[in-house]
Design a binder for this molecule. Structure first.
Ligand SMILES: CC(C)(COP(=O)(O)OP(=O)(O)OC[C@H]1O[C@@H](n2cnc3c(N)ncnc32)[C@H](O)[C@@H]1OP(=O)(O)O)[C@@H](O)C(=O)NCCC(=O)NCCS
Length: 171
């Protein structure tokens, strides 16, 4: 069964083949992606999309499309298995297109995914972001995540990076 998470204003759902252009427009936007080493080009966006499509059979299932209830695509988020500061983690990530910033869609998305992850049985979920990525830091803190440590991130220009953690109850 395909993943669908409904919140008050949003729907998180699995990507489909036809979503590529919307995803690529998000990932190539230089302002939205200012905290990445660079916006993603078409090849990198294609790889991101394919990786998402390939992971739906494998918990924690990977990246999802975020859309308004009208069906309008506004961003990308998910929990993926990833190496963060040398350790395998369930890594929560969220990207909202800059056109939709400031309406707490980021927080609404992240909260729904975190609940979903813990319901899936993930005990430890982390979120990491450059320390100067204030909106993302605020999302993590509003979610009630705990700042576990600060490290230099070799995967993002050795920037000072915060690692936040949520430890849920095993189900
Ligand atoms: C992080 C992100 C998802 C937040 O989405 P959003 O829907 O705009 O978030 P919110 O509306 O919940 O705002 C988050 C907080 O950041 C604050 N904020 C927004 N822009 C800010 C800025 N430039 N400086 C300081 N605070 C800022 C908001 O006031 C809000 O804080 P508050 O709730 O205490 O008022 C969004 O900024 C984004 O997609 N950024 C680019 C991708 C990214 O960096 N993702 C995280 C990677 S780790």
């Amino acid at each position: 069964m395909s993943i669908r998470i409904e919140t008050e204003r949003l729907r998180l759902r699995e990507y489909e083949r036809g979503d590529f252009n919307a995803l690529a427009a998000l990932l190539s936007d230089p302002i939205t992606m200012a905290h990445w080493p660079a916006p993603l080009d078409e090849t990198a966006a294609r790889a991101w999309h394919e990786r998402a499509l390939d992971h739906y059979g494998v918990p924690p299932y990977g990246r999802l499309a975020i859309e308004l209830k009208t069906g309008e695509y506004i961003g990308d988020a998910g929990i993926v298995r990833s190496v963060v500061d040398g350790r395998d983690e369930n890594d929560l990530g969220y990207i909202v297109h800059r056109r939709y910033w400031g309406r707490r869609y980021g927080l609404e998305t992240a909260r729904a995914l975190l609940d979903y992850g813990h319901r899936l049985g993930l005990v430890r979920v982390v979120a990491n972001m450059a320390s100067d990525n204030t909106p993302s830091v605020k999302v993590a803190e509003h979610l009630g995540l705990r700042l576990e440590r600060v490290f230099r991130n070799p995967r993002n220009r050795n920037l000072e990076t915060r690692l936040y953690v949520s430890v849920g109850q095993p189900t």
